[in-house]
Unconditional design. Structure first.
Length: 351
């Protein structure tokens, strides 16, 4: 009796095992689509600059007497931004003008005497000698007069330079000197940016330089702008080893100097292959990659080459043409040569 019961148990276990072997594993499949190549996107960064950016300072030292514009103010070309105290220059100008008037009177008197001695020189020798002395005196006075004119011109230039004038229309980004301080040529008074002529400088890798078009999309502060290429770069940056390319933004671009700029460069690589989700990719032997292809309800491991990933999908090539679908996910549950049942099919992606 015990032998009969034992025999029945063995037969029942064999039946259960056979039933389990016939049962298929449900999977989600991903449909493969052959592509001629893959598109790769690379982002490069840079900063906004202004076509005209000037650190303005007075050409001569002097005390700041007035400031007409401050940080954040708009100025037009030719407007006076600040002025220096000119009292000492005005006094110097008056002194020079007085000296000039004195020399003019001396010169006038010398010329009158010169005419008188010209008449007398024809009669006696002493008059001729005095005439020579007068002629020399007139030349000396004329030279001193010319020197005074040069000094007056110098004062006029310094008076003119006592006004800090905007060389172009723009926005005052920063003021560095306060009222009453001594401003010198080596000390920047204000920093002036041209507001409408904005440009972007971006570091582009050498390998991507031929992918730059005459017009590119540049993002600044989450705004997209169509930027015009101005320069493809003259030299490679010593730190980033990239070409510093320059682009012009539209006149209506609301950007500020120093803002971060970003540009996406798209390249296409000719390489027949397939886009697959990263969840369909698993480790193979000796550092290789593999996927599980589905054919006749059986899965097979297939080695693939990974060319590019974008964080969600991978572009691969390999002997996948005989397998229209692959296992999309849950690879830890499957193994080669087991029976599966496709319960969900995911559409292929193409880029």
């Amino acid at each position: 009796m015990k032998l009969l019961v034992l025999l029945l148990n063995v037969l029942w276990c064999s039946y259960v095992v056979a039933a389990d072997e016939k049962k298929s594993l449900p999977i989600a499949a991903y449909t493969l689509k052959l592509e001629p190549g893959y598109t790769q996107m690379r982002a490069v960064t840079g900063k906004v600059i202004k076509q005209h950016e000037a650190s303005l300072s007075f050409e001569f030292s002097g005390k700041v007497q007035s400031i007409h514009f401050d940080q954040g103010d708009w100025v037009d070309a030719g407007q006076v931004i600040a002025t220096q105290d000119t009292q000492l220059l005005e006094i110097e100008k008056l002194q020079l003008e007085a000296e000039k008037a004195k020399l003019y009177a001396q010169l006038k008197l010398a010329k009158i005497e010169q005419k008188r001695f010209e008449k007398l020189s024809k009669k006696n020798y002493s008059a001729a000698q005095q005439l020579d002395e007068l002629t020399t005196k007139i030349e000396v006075i004329s030279a001193e007069h010319a020197l005074l004119d040069a000094n007056l011109q110098s004062v006029a230039i310094r008076l003119n330079k006592s006004q800090l004038i905007a060389p172009f229309s723009g926005l005052i980004a920063q003021r560095h000197v306060h009222l009453g301080e001594i401003a010198s040529p080596s000390k920047t008074m204000v920093t002036l940016f041209e507001q409408n002529k904005s440009q972007v400088v971006l570091g582009v890798p050498m390998s991507l330089q031929h992918s730059i078009n005459d017009t590119m999309t540049v993002a600044v502060s989450q705004e997209q702008y169509r930027a015009k290429l101005l320069s493809r770069g003259a030299q490679v940056d010593s730190l980033s080893r990239t070409l510093m390319m320059r682009f012009e933004l539209p006149d209506d671009a609301r950007v500020y100097a120093g803002e971060l700029a970003r540009m996406v460069i798209t390249t296409f690589t000719e390489q027949p292959g397939f886009w697959i989700p990263l969840s369909a990719l698993t480790d193979g032997v000796r550092g290789t990659w593999q996927v599980y292809g589905v054919k006749d309800q059986t899965i097979n491991s297939i080695g693939v080459n990974v060319h590019y990933t974008d964080g969600e999908y991978a572009y691969v090539s390999g002997a996948l043409s005989e397998h229209p679908v692959i296992v999309a996910n849950g690879l830890h549950k499957v193994a080669a040569d087991i029976k599966v049942e496709v319960v969900q099919t995911l559409s292929s992606r193409s880029l």
